[in-house]
Design a protein around this ligand. Structure first.
Ligand SMILES: C[S@@+](CC[C@H](N)C(=O)[O-])C[C@H]1O[C@@H](n2cnc3c(N)ncnc32)[C@H](O)[C@@H]1O
Length: 209
């Protein structure tokens, strides 16, 4: 596996090419600090976890090593292959699924904690309804959802699509209640390209929104 960070080439749907070219800039190759912070801050102990758009699995493996029952799905074969290798190297037991997350969600069941670092901000542009349908299917009342998405507070050259706090409130707020929506910096494979992002932590209400 090449570890040379590549210039950011944000493809439309199929990110296989970006993985094939080496280490895409979004792949920090370590668990996101914000994921760890949220687990510590809220003392989360979910039994079941789903990560959508798991990439090469650093976050999913971190979660699995904490003994949660983790399922992680990505549509890139190369990303999943690298994720499986990472899990093997770290003795982590979890389920990686190579599939479109929107299709997987049709039969995946519900999870206590759903996590997304970097899928929502691009999927929302053309597939918002599909994305929301997926979230609804994979959660139950009381489930938590953490989403890390690029924020527009500064320009990101050739970076991921950015989403405003109002857009998040209008879109994800249709389904869930906010626990917090706070600015962070999203780590990438090149610290000089770490970019402004949102940490959007939500809970599905026990009764309808
Ligand atoms: C910006 S990358 C983030 C990857 C990983 N979460 C990380 O932080 O390194 C977005 C990921 O979503 C995956 N993806 C895009 N569309 C998808 C879909 N419909 N179903 C599953 N995965 C998808 C891509 O293959 C890619 O790995």
């Amino acid at each position: 596996m090449s570890q040379e960070p590549q210039p950011f080439q944000f493809g439309p749907d199929d990110l296989d090419a970006d993985y094939r070219a080496g280490t895409p800039v979004w792949d920090a190759n370590k668990p996101h600090t914000e994921l760890i912070r949220v687990f510590e801050e809220y003392r989360l102990r979910p039994e079941t976890v789903l990560e959508v758009g798991c990439g090469t699995g650093a976050d999913a493996v971190w979660l699995a090593r904490r003994r949660y029952e983790v399922t992680a799905v990505d549509s890139s074969a190369i990303a999943i292959e690298r994720a499986r290798l990472r899990a093997e190297q770290q003795d982590a037991v979890l389920r990686f699924v190579l599939e479109d997350a929107f299709v997987f969600a049709q039969s995946a069941g519900q999870f206590d904690f759903v996590y997304d670092a970097g899928l929502y901000h691009s999927a929302r542009e053309k597939k918002l309804e599909k994305y929301l349908d997926m979230l609804w299917r994979v959660t139950r009342p009381g489930s938590y959802y953490l989403c890390l998405a690029a924020a527009p507070s500064e320009p990101i050259e050739n970076g991921p699509p950015q989403v405003s706090d109002d857009e998040i409130r209008n879109e994800l707020g249709r389904l869930f209640e906010f626990v917090h929506l706070r600015p962070i910096r999203l780590e990438t494979s090149n610290p000089s390209q770490n970019h402004p992002a949102w940490s959007c932590f939500m809970r599905r209400p026990l009764v309808g929104v």
